[in-house]
Design a protein around this ligand. Sequence first.
Ligand SMILES: [Zn+2]
Length: 136
Amino acid sequence: MYIMSQQEEIINKIAQDKIAFDLGIQLLLEDPEYNFKSIFTTLTNYIFNAIPEKTNYNTETYQNAISTIPLKPTYTPIVLLKIFPTRVAFYKLAELPENENKKILTSLLWIFKVTDTERRNTECKNGCGHFWHELE
Ligand SMILES: [Zn+2]
């Protein structure tokens, strides 16, 4: 069986409201093993997995998540997410300079929280085999 890393556990607990959003980000950033590329890859996979529309990875919930990210909407990562199709936007995020890392992480965590919550309330509602949806 797959064992979640501590980082993955924190991400899922944030999505499931078991850790407050701001505290969760702080825990991820202050982790001595913090590695932006690793968290970015994990979150990208999680988000694409949580979005049910697998052609363009675009849904009303995804758009709603982008428009409610708790950061200034003029920040570069949010502007990119708004104007480019999902996959293109994620490629562009990966190429931004390091001083955007915290904003990217905040944006992606928020998008995952919103899209995963939607999934738990619909597709997963009557039970699912997702072990990460069974955290204590
Ligand atoms: Zn599930």
